[in-house]
Write a protein that binds this ligand. Structure first.
Ligand code: ZN
Length: 177
């Protein structure tokens, strides 16, 4: 089921998400809804908190055919074990902050621990775009949005747009609230 995406200004997005627990029978349903919701938006990633559920899960489904980049996965209770430079600059957007983009500093390499859909443990190093997408989604679990991390110049560029989103003066093609 496609669920509405919480937009910038909603205080729930600022919550720190709680660890997922295996006995939670609603999780497969939640993950299915997250997949449906992400697919409907053409976004590359979605965290559970973005549909109002403060549980530490994000999903990624990035398919950029023009640069032959394909990356997808379900990440439950992820932990960033290591962050390594150099710092790279990346232009980011977010489904909770529609129609805006800004340059964000990210680590070029991270080591991630997570549980997959079968509750199997995984540990892997990610670089480049994969690393950046994970860092963006991971921030959501901590209640952090990419706009918190931009420099002063980008803050002023974003100001009007964020104000409009806060006032819900926007037109978006996917369900939101
Ligand atoms: Zn986001």
């Amino acid at each position: 089921m496609i669920r509405p995406i919480l937009l910038y200004g909603d205080s729930i997005l600022r919550m720190k998400s709680e660890e997922a627990i295996k006995i939670n029978k609603d999780l497969p349903h939640l993950i299915r809804d997250m997949k449906d919701t992400l697919e409907n938006t053409h976004g590359v990633g979605l965290s559970a908190i973005q549909i109002g559920i403060p549980i530490r899960i994000f999903i990624i489904n990035a398919n950029l055919d023009n640069i032959d980049f394909h990356f997808s996965g379900i990440f439950i209770n992820p932990k960033i074990l290591k962050e390594e430079g150099p710092i790279v600059k990346n232009t980011e957007g977010c489904l909770s902050i529609p129609q805006l983009n800004a340059m964000v500093d990210r680590f070029s390499k991270i080591k991630l621990y997570w549980l997959d859909e079968n509750w199997e443990e995984n540990k892997e190093e990610f670089t480049g775009m994969k690393s950046i997408i994970i860092q963006h989604e991971f921030d959501h679990l901590e209640g952090i949005l990419y706009v918190d991390k931009v420099n002063q110049m980008w803050k002023s560029i974003l100001e009007d747009g964020l104000d409009k989103i806060s006032k819900r003066e926007i037109e978006i093609l996917y369900p939101w609230k």
